[in-house]
Ligand binder design. Structure first.
Ligand code: F6P
Length: 296
């Protein structure tokens, strides 16, 4: 493998830059040319592709976001878009690709592999932690800590005003962020898509807590919970149970910020491992870590 390409795609995640750095430096160390592709698969379609040297990734390990930028590439979902991408892969002599992203990114990679004779290795970069084949995805730990920091602050005002807060966290269809944040933040209730909890049950638990002397509560709501969104939960609690709440949607704040040590380490290990896998001729796999062991 002489020349590899690298892209970040889908929702950005803290630690993607650490991963990019590891891919570039490991690739160069192995004697490969490393080409950075901008804005995910859009960069492949538009030929937004440049050589990366060792200094191109200096001073980024501590930065959130991704220096390669990211996108959800609609055009790549369709054959003509992918044909343009494959043309550019040939023009630039790219033999192997490292794609850093989540499930959408990997669906794109699988489709690409059906139409292109190069090799592709995935690296799990998403705050959602919703990928098979790794204990943790890059960005999850930082997102949990960011949300936790917010919840600790909300706890202060909730306690001062003896209020109940509903805090919505990201995770798309998965409740990993919500569950970890709820346990680590001592939340009273967590609503996650993996379990069914009705609004009536929430109301009963809150009322019981009050009767036992608890004056404030935090309910963590995963954005993908089956109850249909935090605003709906708040409205129903008020309408049917007379429970007044305050709502806080943490949103994209969870995607930003300097990555934790855990995410920098995970990104560094998985980025280096992805290049190693490509060097060994592997393709159609994701670099993951299970029980502290690197796995494909
Ligand atoms: O997949 C990461 C994620 O942040 C999800 O948690 C969230 O549902 C989604 O992306 C938001 O996507 P966008 O940034 O495109 O609004």
């Amino acid at each position: 493998m002489n020349r590899i390409g690298l892209l970040t795609s889908g929702g950005d995640a803290p630690g993607m830059n650490a991963t990019v750095r590891a891919v570039v430096r490991t690739g160069l160390d192995a004697g490969m040319d490393v080409l950075g592709i901008k804005r995910g698969y859009n960069g492949l379609i538009n030929g937004d592709i440049d050589r990366m040297g060792p200094r191109s990734v200096s001073n980024i390990i501590q930065r959130g976001g991704t220096i390669l930028m990211s996108a959800r590439a609609e055009e790549f979902r369709r054959k003509p878009g992918r044909s343009k991408a494959i043309h550019n892969l040939h023009v630039h002599g790219i033999e192997g690709l490292v794609v850093i992203g989540g499930d959408g990114t990997f669906r794109g990679a699988q489709q690409l592999l059906k139409e292109w004779n190069g090799k592709v290795v995935g690296v799990p970069g998403t705050i959602d932690n919703d990928l098979y084949g790794t204990d943790y995805t890059i960005g999850f730990d930082t997102a949990v800590n960011t949300a936790l920091d917010a919840i600790d602050k909300i706890r202060d005002t909730a306690s001062a005003h003896e209020r109940t807060f509903l805090v919505e966290v990201m995770g798309r269809h998965a409740g990993f962020i919500a569950l970890d944040v709820a346990v680590a933040g001592g939340a009273e209730i967590a609503l996650i898509p993996e379990t069914q909890t009705t609004i009536k049950q929430v109301a009963e638990a809150l009322t019981e807590n009050r009767s036992k002397g608890k004056t404030s509560s935090i309910v963590v709501v995963a954005e993908g919970d089956e109850e249909g969104g935090v605003m709906h939960v708040a409205a129903e609690l008020k309408k049917h149970h007379g429970i007044d709440t305050r709502v806080c949607i943490l949103g994209h704040i969870q995607r930003g910020g300097s990555p934790t040590a855990a995410d920098r380490l995970l990104g560094s290990r998985l980025g280096a491992y992805a290049v190693e896998l490509l060097g060994k001729g592997k393709s159609g796999v994701m670099a993951g870590e299970i029980n502290h062991k690197l796995v494909a």
